[in-house]
Design a protein around this ligand. Structure first.
Ligand code: PRX
Length: 671
């Protein structure tokens, strides 16, 4: 890597940000990166020195085997050390850092009139209270606790309470169905489940406890009776100020199993000695979808995850004490685990914890919240950006966004059009956009710009974070040098990488290490340009082979969304007699654009122009909506079946709106 030449299409860090930044220029990034690669032990030991260790490490910061041909794959960080993550992210700040009165979270409910401030000392006392409740319910070190909660403060209390007593939390996104919840409880064999009676999502009231009861009934039918206690939070939006219920939900109740959170907490002491954990004890399990359809229980451990989320948060968002950070993800996903709960708290940061949706009660809700809390660092997903782009500039102009300093993007490749809109309209051309590439499995950012150091190219996740060594391989596992396109892999671990799949070491090795021994395989394709910038081209499993050429669906999508009439596009492969595979494109149009033959022609020409004749779509279909999970991920598997006119659709339980599927089948013939 060298300092990139000045180029027209690059965006350089603003001077005022550089002056105070942790990493002030690209040369400093290169120096630190070099140290992290050449002397990882010294690099990570310095980071570890910021934390409290009940017992220091006896081993090196990282000991590992990535090469399956030499035996089982493992990663160990700071072996021999004993610590507690909860102590490090709370007690350390309250007792030694004098941060007790600092706000840890501004909680903003679904409805703007619901909000609360939670200081570090309040957080600590609630966490200890919950930890004591868990102990009373019989939870011990190593036990699993499933958490199925909306974005209420109790979600953070529960996670940290687990960390405090040494239990392993398994947070299940509260938009998941009872079937998905059951599957995750059964795999984890959790003994306690923490949930809420209900929640409003926009205007819709959801009976969470009903879903929980259905899930637990399913578990029992399948022979899993691990859950013996269910702790139920009374959602404040479902209560009047006096605590009386103000909704029409029936909350099913099993007196031998269920207890109300507030009653259990009432007499629970607010002090609790942390359980001192080995550095490699598991901290949590988080399920992520697998290509086989069965969710994979990704396991993260105590010391490495703490170090890595701490450091990535500090550098990637260039965190400083006066900042207000807002990550819009749900804690049910890894983004929320790492950058709402652990990373910000490890840094003693102030965050916004937002329960609602971007368009309720109006489409300017995000901008209103940024103004309200003077958010300085804002982290969201391209899908949200594209959604909000549809409404134009007007909703933003009503609010003061001058507090913003750094913008972040995560979860999928961000198309240059969305990147530029984010940069110029949201960030008023003042804020760098950090496009952070990472995965549930990586624990934290692995390819990412640093906002005051990295010249940006819209759509590129730029360079590796400290300690991360990427490589690009071809189909035969050969490492490609210089400008190249192929499989994105990593040749060594960093502290935050996953350790195994829960009860499935074999699946772990097969999924990530079998294809190219010696490397962690991300499953993503990438391109490295002549300046060494990495561009994620999408999942390899979304790669298409058209007439013997590898094509990335996200690349075609990027071209389609450059058309001013297109809001969103999803491209899948469809069998073709001559070419092997061809492209079937689903396009969602902006409000006043009509789907006409002329438009189809324009889009085909655009793709031809942007990528080349090989990428010319054979089919372009109008898609008033796309089949998405509740977290906004497009279910390409379903689109592939629609493109093929095949109704063997498999499990549709994760779809936010199943009606979309029929609609797309009906409109398919017009493609
Ligand atoms: O394909 C990549 C995409 O999201 C995948 C990981 O998904 P998940 O484990 O759910 O974690 C999402 C949040 C970290 C990756 O394999 N992805 C994530 N971030 C980016 C991305 N693709 C392109 N650019 C990104 N910045």
């Amino acid at each position: 890597m060298v300092v990139p030449d000045s180029q027209d299409n690059m965006f350089y860090p603003p001077l005022d940000l550089q002056q105070k930044a942790h990493v002030q220029d690209f040369e400093t990034y290169l120096e630190l990166y070099k140290k992290s690669i050449e002397n990882p032990d010294a690099f990570w030991k310095e980071v570890a020195a910021e934390f409290f260790w009940k017992k220091p490490a006896t081993g090196p910061t990282l000991r590992y085997n990535f090469d399956l041909t030499k035996g089982s794959v493992f990663v160990k960080c700071l072996e021999g050390a004993k610590t507690n993550v909860c102590h490090n992210v709370l007690d350390r700040h309250v007792n030694e850092g004098n941060l007790g009165e600092k706000v840890a979270y501004y909680w903003e409910g679904n409805s703007p009139d619901q909000h609360a401030e939670i200081t570090y000392s309040h957080l600590l006392s609630r966490v200890c209270g919950c930890a004591n409740v868990l102990k009373k319910l019989g939870v011990k070190k190593g036990d699993r606790v499933s958490i199925y909660l909306p974005m209420v403060p109790e979600l953070v209390y529960s996670m940290l309470a687990c960390a405090r007593v040494g239990a392993v939390h398994s947070v299940v996104f509260a938009g998941f169905s009872s079937e998905s919840l059951c599957e995750r409880i059964t795999d984890a064999q959790s003994s306690v489940l923490i949930t809420a009676d209900g929640v409003y999502r926009g205007e819709k009231l959801i009976n969470l406890k009903q879903i929980v009861d259905e899930a637990l009934a399913r578990c029992r039918e399948r022979g899993c009776s691990s859950v013996t206690k269910c702790l139920v939070v009374k959602h404040p939006a479902l209560r009047t100020k006096t605590g009386a219920s103000c909704h029409k939900l029936q909350t099913p109740w099993d007196r031998s199993r269920d207890l109300w959170w507030d009653e259990a907490m009432r007499d629970s002491p607010d002090q609790c000695e942390p359980e001192w954990m080995d550095s490699e004890d598991p901290l949590f399990i988080l399920y992520t979808s697998g290509s086989t359809g069965k969710p994979k229980g990704v396991v993260h451990t105590v010391a490495g995850y703490l170090l890595y989320t701490y450091l990535t948060f500090k550098y990637v968002f260039d965190h400083h004490p006066g900042d207000v950070f807002w990550c819009t993800a749900d804690i049910g996903w890894i983004t929320g685990h790492s950058y709402i709960t652990y990373g910000p708290l490890a840094n003693g940061a102030t965050s916004v914890l937002f329960e609602g949706v971007p368009t309720y009660p109006h489409v300017g809700r995000f901008w209103e919240i940024i103004q309200k809390y003077k958010v300085s660092k804002f982290y969201t997903a391209p899908t949200a950006i594209r959604l909000l782009m549809k409404y134009g500039r007007e909703p933003l102009q009503k609010f003061d966004l001058s507090s913003l300093r750094v913008l972040g993007s995560v979860g999928e490749p961000i198309n240059p059009e969305a990147w530029l809109w984010y940069h110029s309209v949201v960030g008023q051309s003042r804020c760098p956009v950090v496009d952070t590439f990472w995965q549930t499995e990586t624990g934290g950012h692995v390819l990412t710009p640093l906002p005051a150091a990295t010249p940006l190219k819209p759509g590129s996740a730029t360079f590796p974070f400290f300690g991360v060594e990427p490589s690009v391989l071809n189909e035969h596992g050969e490492e490609l040098q210089g400008e190249a396109e192929g499989y994105l892999v990593f040749r060594r671990p960093w502290p935050g990488i996953m350790r195994t799949l829960h009860k499935n070491q074999e699946g772990f090795e097969n999924t990530y290490f079998r294809k190219f021994p010696g490397f962690y395989v991300t499953g993503d394709g990438c391109r490295r340009d002549k300046d060494g910038y990495y561009w994620i081209t999408g999942r390899i499993d979304d790669m298409l082979n058209v007439s013997g050429h590898l094509l990335s669906t996200s690349e075609v999508e990027g071209a389609l969304t450059q058309h001013p009439g297109v809001a969103e596009a999803a491209v899948v492969g469809r069998p073709h007699q001559v070419k092997g595979e061809c492209l079937h494109c689903f396009v969602s149009l902006k409000g006043n654009t009509e789907f006409t033959l002329g438009l189809v022609q324009e889009l085909k020409t655009l793709v031809r122009e942007k990528i080349g004749p090989i990428a010319t779509p054979d089919f372009i279909q109008n898609a008033p909506a796309l089949p998405k999970t509740r977290s906004g991920k497009i279910l390409r598997r379903v689109l592939r079946q629609i493109a093929r006119n095949d109704r063997d659709l498999g499990d549709l339980s994760t779809l936010a709106d199943p009606k979309v599927v029929e609609l797309l089948f009906n409109q398919r013939n017009e493609a």
